[in-house]
Design a protein around this ligand. Structure first.
Ligand code: NAP
Length: 473
């Protein structure tokens, strides 16, 4: 029997689907899972793909089943488990073999693992995979970090399994060591912001306009046929239209309003802060998930403080208001993506990666959770203006911001006056308003800092005098 082209460890939700995808595209694959029974069941259920899959019950048999130099995908629980799995594999590998961590690793762990394998003859790839279960099975977006040579060894297989947008595979080598996992982290940070903004708009429709889940689903359905067309808007419509089989009520109304998180949104916000890049929409989305989890505290606070009683939601022209909501969501989304790309641009300099912005937008157009037509427009904007300081100053996006930010302003104002929380939408508006204002208010901050700490300041006239006359005040 011929040797496998590639190996995969970890037949959980993602690993099993990725392995089937790899096998289906004509690549022979060896698989291994810590719990042997899972491997047996996986193979038994693989149907017509069975002959393409080599199920292995020991690490020795698994390694022997793969053609050297061996690319081995590790798709297991992120964190220490990956270090343990790598240690278990290492003694069985030979020069040129490549360990590929495809889980949601913190890119700093990826950098450490990459460095630890330097000069051992083995190489390490940190590979971000997005698209959830469906994506893994039928075409994910794949973000690769590692040496260019190691990518060349796996490029054919990865290209065969990646999602396609207009025939172009959504996979790319993005840079050395942690580049792939960093980009995946920011992808997830943007995903947090995108989801939070959609949820805030849903809140205005539900609590402001008092619409039913089904009615709101119809609104999202209409938007999905316009400029907001995207996977997240599409699934929002489907979610809102689903019925709870237990009660017959809308499913969404029966779900507790406590959101979970696994850490990638928080990592995005932390890395943005570390580099001094504003990512306020992502930060707002992470904080919103945290506040959502404080269900008991929120209920107790509502009893004490009550809901804001500024007045009922006043909407003179409902259709015009819903059009404003659509444009507001588009404007806020531009803010969130602009921030995410700005964080990647700063990281590229900080870590010496040369991250290709148009390529990143290109491989996010299909396969991943934030996939959308909008990313095609970002690809085009960054291709035409690769050195733009920020997405929102590229000609196409500057025009879009000018066209839609009025709607965002009206919607944020209405929500604030109606007492509805819109932290992510408001943060995007605050970002536009701060970023586009040549003369801000930090002169006062500088004066205060100099007053209490003699930190000094620069003057607008460039004069060589850096402290205020505070002693005499
Ligand atoms: P999962 O269904 O919970 O499966 C976990 C897998 O990890 C199982 O194969 C398990 O083996 C293995 N494992 C756990 N601890 C291990 C250890 N100490 N040593 C060896 N193997 C161990 O997880 P998943 O959803 O497939 O996620 C896998 C990775 O993909 C994670 O990093 C996750 O963050 C990432 N990811 C997930 C998604 C998603 O939508 N689910 C999307 C993108 C990325 P046993 O069968 O022996 O327990």
């Amino acid at each position: 029997m011929s040797q496998a082209e590639i190996g995969l460890i970890g037949l959980g939700v993602m690993g099993a689907n990725l392995a089937l995808n790899i096998a289906e595209k004509g690549n022979r694959i060896a698989v291994f899972n810590r719990t042997v029974e899972t491997t047996r069941k996986f193979h038994a259920d693989a149907g017509e793909l069975k002959s393409q899959i080599v199920p292995c019950e020991t690490i020795e048999a698994f390694v022997a089943a793969i053609r050297p130099p061996r690319p081995i995908i590790i798709m297991i629980k992120a964190g220490e488990a990956v270090d343990q799995q790598m240690e278990a594999l290492k003694p069985h590998l030979a020069g040129g073999d490549i360990m590929i961590d495809a889980g949601n690793a913190n890119f700093r762990d990826t950098m450490r693992r990459f460095d630890a394998l330097k000069d051992t003859g083995l190489t390490f790839i940190g590979m971000g995979v997005s698209g959830g279960e469906e994506g893994a099975r039928h075409g994910p977006s794949i973000m690769v970090g590692g040496t260019e040579e190691s990518y060349a060894r796996v490029e054919k297989v990865l290209t065969s399994i990646a999602a396609k947008y207009d025939g172009e595979p959504c996979v790319a080598w993005l840079g050395e060591n942690g580049a792939g996992h960093f980009v995946k982290t920011i992808h997830n940070g943007i995903e947090y912001a995108d989801m939070q903004m959609i949820a805030e708009i849903y809140g205005i429709l539900r609590d402001g306009l008092k619409m039913t889940a089904e009615e709101i689903g119809d609104v999202f359905g209409t938007w999905n046929r316009g400029r907001l067309n995207s996977y997240l808007i599409e699934i929002t419509e489907k979610v809102l239209e689903a019925t709870d089989p237990l009660t017959g009520k809308p499913m969404v109304d029966m779900i507790l309003d406590k959101a979970g998180q696994k850490g990638t949104g928080k990592w995005s916000a932390i890395e943005a802060q570390n580099m001094g890049v504003p990512a306020t929409a992502i930060e707002a989305a992470v904080a919103a998930r945290s506040i959502s989890s404080m269900k008991g505290e929120r209920e107790a606070a509502e009893k004490i403080l009550g809901l804001p009683s500024i007045g009922e939601f006043q909407v003179a022209d409902r259709a015009a208001f819903i059009k404003d909501l659509e444009n507001a969501l588009l404007a806020a989304k531009i803010g969130a993506y602009a921030q995410g790309f700005a964080v990647m641009s700063a990281a590229s300099k900080e870590f010496g990666w040369s991250l290709p912005m148009p390529t990143i937008a290109r491989i996010w157009r299909a396969g991943c959770i934030i996939r959308s037509q909008f990313l095609d427009e970002i690809t085009s904007a960054f291709t035409k203006a690769p050195d733009a300081a920020n997405l929102i100053v590229t000609p196409a996006f500057a025009a879009m911001v000018k066209e839609t930010d009025g709607a965002l302003r009206r919607i944020v104002s209405a929500a604030v006056l109606g007492g509805l929380p819109v932290p992510a939408l408001a943060s995007a508006l605050g970002y536009f308003d701060s970023y586009r204002r040549g003369r801000g208010t930090a002169n006062l901050i500088q004066a205060q800092r100099d007053f209490f700490g003699a930190h000094g300041f620069d003057r607008v006239d460039g004069a060589d005098s850096h402290h205020g006359p505070w002693g005499s005040v």
